[in-house]
Ligand binder design. Sequence first.
Ligand SMILES: [Zn+2]
Length: 117
Amino acid sequence: MFDLLWNLSQQREIAQLRTEVNAARRDGGSARDSRIDELERRMDLLALTTMGMWSLVREKLHITDAELESAMNHIDLLDGVADGKMSPPRNCPKCSRTLSRRHSRCMYCGTDVGPVL
Ligand SMILES: [Zn+2]
């Protein structure tokens, strides 16, 4: 299951990067090309790290692919939307500082920011 999810995720990421590369080439921006190269390098490193960590965790702790998938779904739903993405952090409407996902009040100014996600 995890392999299938991983492959689907990678295919989507690769397609998105190809689209960005083509757009950058149309724009003729070498700075943008180098930024995309850097993003590809970082994505490859992140993919390797994630797969290495999952391989170790699965082997050492006997956690199943289904348990990983369940945890991924739980994290996906922290923002209330099952979209396969993590939402960017929210900012406090009063002081603009980054809010903790675990608190319903801004820990800097005390503003009530709604339910914990
Ligand atoms: Zn605040």
